[in-house]
Design a binder for this molecule. Sequence first.
Ligand code: FES
Length: 269
Amino acid sequence: MTHHSKKKHESEGEWEPKIIGFLCNWCSYAGADLCGVSRFQYPTNIRLVRVMCSTRISPHLVLDVFEAGADGILIGGCHFNDCHYMTGNFHTEKRVGLMKRLLKEAGVDEKRLRLEWVSASEGEKFSKVVTEFTEEIQKLGPCKARTDDMVKAKISAADDASETFRLKALVGKEYNLLSKGNAYGEEVDPEKLGGIIDAASRDEFERALILELARIRPMSVKQLGMVMDVPTDKILRHIVLLRQNSKIAMEHPEGFTPVYKTIAIGGEQ
Ligand code: FES
């Protein structure tokens, strides 16, 4: 793919945003190609990855890329009703909703993730979107996953939460529930469903963060509550469930408050 960069005058050590663009083969990638061929300019901070459909981009992939140090991620797909796989991009929209929910929980500005529909004939739009997005990320500054261990732990927890059966099932069914109704053919209230997904995302994120923190060092309910800024009664409810699922173990040093330690995969503590 051809693209033309604005000349940069980088002094040594000056920060430049790292942006990854996941573009679907049939529209956005072709749009980006047309952008290059038509000699529209856009910043060189973006690295493009071609995927067959925008719906191939999972929350897990996006959160993993943030964890690895990206400052911004752009997802580009076909306009509604133009997706090569019929309803792929309708599902993409719902998945991006979950990604944004989890980024918010992790304390990462959700503006770092952008979803755009760009067709094969919209080369100029592609250039505009990338330029605007790069400016936005420049304003936000570096994503702290590279420098702040707590931010890294939170993004990792968001990533783990995105892989839970509950969130995958909820978001996987979201589009069909809203467009076709529930199993009884009844309409589903979007606001109510949104509220259910919000609450589930928060719970799964908090549980994943408990496991992330208690993996580094055993912690009491009070300590977890303070570090996570979550009421202790809620932490306790999460701990009860995590213990039932053999994810966390209690240690009770004599004369001290019990502390909890994440059980490593395979059963070893
Ligand atoms: S093929 Fe482009 S979004 Fe599905």
